[in-house]
Unconditional design. Sequence first.
Length: 244
Amino acid sequence: MLEDPKFSIGSLQPLNVIDVSAYELIHLFPSNYMLVMIPLGLKEFSAADMDRIFAPLESYMDSLMERGIDAIMQNGVPLPLVLGLDGHDRLLDRMQTYTGKPAATTVDAVARACRHMGLKKVACVNKWSDAMNATLAQFLGREGVSVCGQVTKEIAPSDFQKIAAKDHSRLAYELGKRAFLENPDCDAVYIGGGSWLVTNVADQLEEEFRKPVITNQPSMVWSVMHKLNDWKPIQGHGMLLATA
């Protein structure tokens, strides 16, 4: 029997088509968590596009509050990487102040998850530009985590959506394995990007290299459940979610 939701989580999703992140989040959150999603229609990683999609932020918040949400997620790391640390912090404050609800962003969740795991040196895998990766290093740095290496394949959002899910996974595995092999002194690998199917890949790499693999959706689940004071370790989905 389908139970009534314990918590409703509002989620600002970067792209018009929401598939991979929804699939992973539904399988990672407890079954009595409901997701309420709004697509932002991201077209490109630019300051102008960030201004466009976040201009009606309060309208998004109104729509989510009408659905009785208990917390808010800004999903997608690239958006704050374009905004920068200060822009990200203002966005987070806008969401929390306007709604009075706890809010999380993926990039903040990832950085805090790394700190929680005691990680000091992380190798990063993603499809973002050098400038965006430099900003990612700043987000990680303020949680005491340094980037010891990068394996990247820059791809525009519009092009990445055309790649089949199985090819996403294959690319994530190949780049993740390369990151471990090229950075043997790393404490973990962070595979960034919520639009590729990567949770199972992370499990495979953790088993192969015996080190954590941090990814977006498990980090967000960990963050939101802590903000709701509802955290219980989740087994079978990687080292982060299994932690106390």
